[in-house]
Design a binder for this molecule. Sequence first.
Ligand SMILES: [Zn+2]
Length: 374
Amino acid sequence: MADLKASSKDLSQFETIDASGKAVLPGFVDSHTHLVFGGYRAEEYAWRLMGDSYMDILQRGGGILSTVRATRSASREELTEAGLKRLDSMLSFGVTTVEGKSGYGLDRETEIKQLEVMADLNRLHPLDVVPTFMGAHAVLPEYKGREDDYIDFLLKEVVPEVASRRLAEFCDIFCEKNVFSVEQSRRLLTNAVESGLKSKLHADEIVRLGGAELAAEIGAVSADHLLHASDEGLHAMAEAVSWPLCCRPRLQPARALREGPEDDRCGRCGCAGHRFQPGQLLFGVHSAGGGARSALCEPLAGGNRTALTLNGAAALARAQVVGSLDPAKQGDVIILENPSYRFNPYHLGVSTVEKVIKRGTLVFDKRRQGECRC
Ligand SMILES: [Zn+2]
């Protein structure tokens, strides 16, 4: 404030917001969501809580294939409308930049539709949506045993259009046993990178397949999940983003990542399409702080361990633009109701975000909720 007052700027032309006694943070960056999807799987989640396995639910017609059916049959307008509601919810929790993945179409038409919806959302909502093409999210029954043919299809029929129309910035793949192999992942991602996309991976979530090693080998911008990644793989990739919300029961490899090279990152969270609704990012902060035994500040703030802010931005190749309070960056700022970010995990499940400023403009005010979206 002293610098501002001493400058020659005419402050009278700006609105002044008094943030005395309140914490001011960079807008949160949620670097992994599947926010555009049709239908919902709340019943399935209830079944999971009652002890049914994912395979039981799949046999009842549930799982990702049920979301694929609902997303294929939803119109672009319906998906956009649902997406806007989710973005409103995220904004109220302080998220100012969010990544969104396709991957609930698994055909050309619906994958493109999901990415077009994200372009619509970017136009209609102040929150920035970073689109990722994830046509290799699952293997449809008709492609079981012919996964290579499906990768061929994506490379021939979908990736060129996604790249030439600039519908996505990243290409992602579920590199996992019984899904896509390391070799198939390498082939898709290296070709996508040649087309101008950047690479990401869902890696080593269920078994140790070598996804972390592949991420390091091809210089992926991020790799997520990593519950079963090898120590060698983790150390090979200083660029990892782990994900406590999706896989909360197990201890994250956050510690291993933190003990890796200096610019590592840990404790990521925030899932829209799998099981949790958007906006529960701060619940993820709690999970990362408790479940993964990271120090409270690590998922949120402090040094270079800033999973919801600077490292989230790095996972989206935007560390130069967002993720910290810096005069050189765009003005994405949140003001909390409380004097410290420590109130977030302390007030579990409740948003303590009072105001959100996006690119210098007030776009959310809890006290005037619903009025403020520009
Ligand atoms: Zn995912």
